[in-house]
Design a binder for this molecule. Structure first.
Ligand SMILES: C[S@@+](CC[C@H](N)C(=O)[O-])C[C@H]1O[C@@H](n2cnc3c(N)ncnc32)[C@H](O)[C@@H]1O
Length: 223
């Protein structure tokens, strides 16, 4: 029985995720760069679905004017995050995005690869909660597994990811496990559906930050 909803147990997550998600480190680079360009200082930052706390750790490596609130439904992931971030300005909540009740507290909210486990209603609640958690001028950044717009294009994108997995993970059984999770344990939606969801949550600006393979990043401003 796994200790969280990702493909890996918390103790082996960090070493495996880079071989599973192409450009995984780039998601965090993009977020850090965007927040820097937004010119914010003394940032109250919520990272929901924080996992092992890698994003917060990367942020603390380049700036010290951030207070992190880290949320995740997996206690085991949070234990690793707390260990990784010892001595840093963090507070931690064992909670899923769809159950958060923060209101107008944060300059930045991030959700990296953490909402694609949710069915449509819960996913909507999760995104609405991220919107409500932001202060009026706040920025939401999310990265997600996505689905292509047609079956034909999705099939090609999936084949491409399968080749990446085969090259990096080697074991055909593990590759199959990842491919088989799609539509069963993870429920990717298209870029257009993401943009619609973010607009419906109330965000005034909604833009694509980055995309490749079967992942995309979005940034949305509340105003
Ligand atoms: C693929 S990991 C991503 C972790 C981290 N954000 C990163 O960049 O490495 C997915 C994380 O989402 C968490 N998660 C699962 N369901 C969630 C939900 N409903 N709300 C928030 N986080 C969730 C899991 O416990 C896990 O830690």
């Amino acid at each position: 029985m796994k200790d969280n909803k990702s493909a890996y147990n918390s103790s082996v997550y960090d070493e495996n995720i880079v071989s599973t998600l192409p450009y995984y480190r780039e998601y965090h680079n993009q977020i850090i760069d965007l927040v820097k360009a937004a010119g914010m200082q003394n940032i109250d930052w919520l990272d929901t679905g924080c996992g092992t706390g890698t994003l917060a750790s990367r942020v603390f490596d380049c700036r010290d004017d951030v207070r992190f609130t880290l949320c995740d439904p997996s206690e085991q992931m949070l234990d690793i995050a707390k260990n990784k971030l010892q001595g840093r300005d963090i507070r931690v909540f064992n909670i899923a995005s769809q159950n958060m009740t923060f209101d107008s507290e944060f300059d930045v909210v991030t959700a990296v690869q953490s909402h694609h486990y949710l069915k449509p209603d819960e996913r909507k609640t999760a995104v609405d909660n991220c919107f409500r958690a932001l202060k009026s001028n706040g920025v939401f950044v999310t990265f997600e597994n996505i689905r292509m717009t047609t079956e034909a294009s999705d099939k090609i994108a999936l084949k491409r990811w399968e080749s990446f997995l085969s090259d990096h993970l080697k074991d055909p059984e593990v590759v199959k496990m990842h491919i088989d999770r799609r539509g069963v344990e993870v429920f990717p939606i298209t870029i257009e559906e993401h943009i619609k969801l973010l607009r419906e949550a109330g965000f005034k600006s909604v833009d694509v930050l980055w995309t490749s393979y079967l992942q995309a990043g979005f940034w949305a401003m509340k105003y």
